[in-house]
Design a protein around this ligand. Structure first.
Ligand SMILES: Nc1ncnc2c1ncn2[C@@H]1O[C@H](COP(=O)(O)OP(=O)(O)OP(=O)(O)O)[C@@H](O)[C@H]1O
Ligand SMILES: O=P(O)(O)OC[C@H]1O[C@H](OP(=O)(O)OP(=O)(O)O)[C@H](O)[C@@H]1O
Ligand SMILES: O=C(O)c1cccnc1
Length: 481
């Protein structure tokens, strides 16, 4: 019952219901463009690290309605048989563009663009959003954490606390891309080639009812050992016994250090550091874990904690302080005409038209000046000088010269065919690192970052303004009922 290799029904019922209407009314093949974007920066961060592309590609490649899917839909007694035959023959024919995985992105920018028949675009909404909303959130949280550790190793420990299997697996992949160095999840190591790493749990010490016996047993079966020292008493038993065993076994175990998992970690780590140094283990590392995140880590650093390696689970893998990215997927064009979703809330008004995002980079220092959204057929590189203005406050503007404009959206599927070679995870991680490096530090601080400019081209701005005006005018002129 639970073996299900078809993802096409991983969607909301309303998508199938709308497709049924489109098909009955003969508009299912109308050309449309939908774009996925989010409105608010998660964690009040200054950027996100986009992840989810690989999973999206794997999910969309060969997507089809299986016999089981069709049998299930038939059992609902909602759709006529011809519609089920239509679904059976459905194949992806849309062109799908997306940012590369690991790209630094901002609110109101299309991350994924589906350009094709209405049926395809409608069918994919839920699946695409489900994937990118979660993964992007976790890679962004990971990047925030990595931004406060100054290159110290970061271990992902969250599988036991994650929102189930998929979240643990794809979450740890996202964390690795966002800046983590290793994971405790062995399956993620196997599937994604993420380095795996780990210490041991309190159970090992409890199994022997003694720090000394447990560490000895572990040392006699392992190399590169890290002892967990807080099972009974960190300073009086855990650390002294770790030192004792490390001395007894010497080079045989390549003693790496100790892990602290409770108590006042600033106080304890300083004491533990002194004890290890005193015993001659100046290279031994102190690992810390216990509900850590970027805020506790920063605070521990302010207190002078002597922690070298950070193990982080719950608050990373569940995106504890912001459980959803909130990306939406809106129709921006139909039959070649721009379309818009209006709202009384300005932030909720979509930007019409099939777009491209251009990252405007200063030729002199290679840093990003801002992003510039244009119609897909505009190219700012044709211009000598770019007038960049805040679309909410057009008087706030600057002229940019000596720039390079780099397109951010790339063809992934063209007419339903995959045209993109998925890079390996290390290349994606490097891409994220480089993408972040091109961003000024002001956008990267974890508290109150500057808002990165995401501007509209003049033609996009004019078209949006006109469309809003025209629709409001039409509504005003509608006869009263
Ligand atoms: N010096 C410190 N400054 C700020 N926060 C700290 C410091 N030391 C530990 N913490 C954090 O405070 C929280 C303490 O949580 P909690 O009271 O549940 O832990 P504990 O009682 O030490 O251990 P546990 O309940 O896991 O046995 C954790 O999030 C931990 O990371
Ligand atoms: O604290 P997190 O960031 O989620 O990191 C993962 C936690 O998982 C383990 O705890 P365990 O399940 O053994 O429970 P514990 O909290 O009692 O140590 C480990 O000791 C960490 O504390
Ligand atoms: O290896 C560890 O130390 C570890 C792994 C998962 C969760 N907590 C700790």
């Amino acid at each position: 019952m639970y073996t299900d290799d078809s993802l096409v029904l991983h969607t909301d019922a309303y998508q199938i219901n709308m497709i049924y209407t489109y098909w009955k009314q003969g508009i299912d093949q109308k050309p449309v463009v939908f774009e996925a974007y989010f409105r608010n920066m998660p964690f009040d961060n200054g950027y996100v690290i986009f992840t989810g592309l690989e999973r999206m590609v794997k999910a969309l490649e060969g997507l089809h309605f299986s016999q089981d899917d069709l049998d299930y839909l038939r059992s609902l007694n909602l759709y006529e048989e011809d519609f089920l035959t239509y679904l059976k023959n459905w194949q992806l024919t849309a062109t799908i563009r997306a940012a590369y995985e690991g790209e630094v992105m901002f609110n109101h920018e299309p991350i994924v663009q589906v350009d094709g028949p209405l049926v395809d675009a409608q069918l994919l909404e839920t699946l695409i959003l489900n994937i990118i909303n979660f993964q992007t959130l976790i890679s962004t949280k990971a990047a925030r954490i990595a931004s406060v550790t100054n290159g110290q190793p970061l271990l992902e420990f969250g599988t036991r606390r994650a929102q189930e299997l998929d979240a643990a697996l794809w979450g740890t992949r996202a964390a690795f891309i966002g800046g983590f160095d290793a994971t405790s999840n062995v399956r993620a190591g196997k599937l994604f080639h993420i380095p795996i790493s780990g210490t041991h749990a309190h159970a090992l010490v409890q199994a022997y009812q003694s720090d000394y016996e447990a560490f000895k047993a572990y040392a006699s079966t392992h190399h590169d050992v890290v002892f967990l020292v807080d099972t009974f008493d960190t300073l009086k038993s855990g650390v002294p016994n770790a030192i004792k065993v490390a001395k007894e076994f010497g080079d045989k175990i390549n003693f790496q250090g100790v892990r602290i998992d409770s108590g006042d970690m600033a106080y304890l780590s300083k004491k533990v550091r002194a004890m290890l140094d005193e015993a001659g283990f100046t290279d031994a590392k102190i690992y810390a874990s216990n509900d850590l995140d970027e805020n506790t880590i920063l605070n521990l650093k302010i207190q002078g904690a002597k922690i070298d390696v950070w193990g982080i689970g719950t608050k990373l893998i569940t995106a504890y302080d912001q459980p959803a990215l909130g990306a939406v997927y809106k129709m921006v064009s139909i039959d070649g005409q721009d379309t818009i979703k209006l709202s009384n809330n300005v932030a909720k008004i979509s930007t019409p038209g099939k777009k491209q995002i251009w990252r405007i980079t200063d030729k002199k220092d290679g840093k990003s000046e801002g992003d510039y959204l244009t119609y897909a057929d505009e190219n700012p590189n044709d211009l000598q000088s770019l007038h960049m203005f805040d679309p909410n406050h057009p008087v706030i503007s600057k002229e940019v010269t000596d720039f390079v404009a780099t397109p951010i959206l790339h063809d992934i599927f063209v007419a339903g065919q995959l045209v993109y070679d998925l890079p390996d995870i290390f290349a994606i991680k490097d891409y994220a690192k480089n993408s972040l490096a091109n961003l000024w530090d002001e956008y990267k601080r974890i508290l109150n970052p500057e808002t990165y400019p995401v501007d509209l081209s003049q033609s996009l701005y004019d078209a949006k303004t006109k469309l809003i005006h025209d629709i409001r005018q039409d509504i005003k002129e509608m006869p009263k009922q």
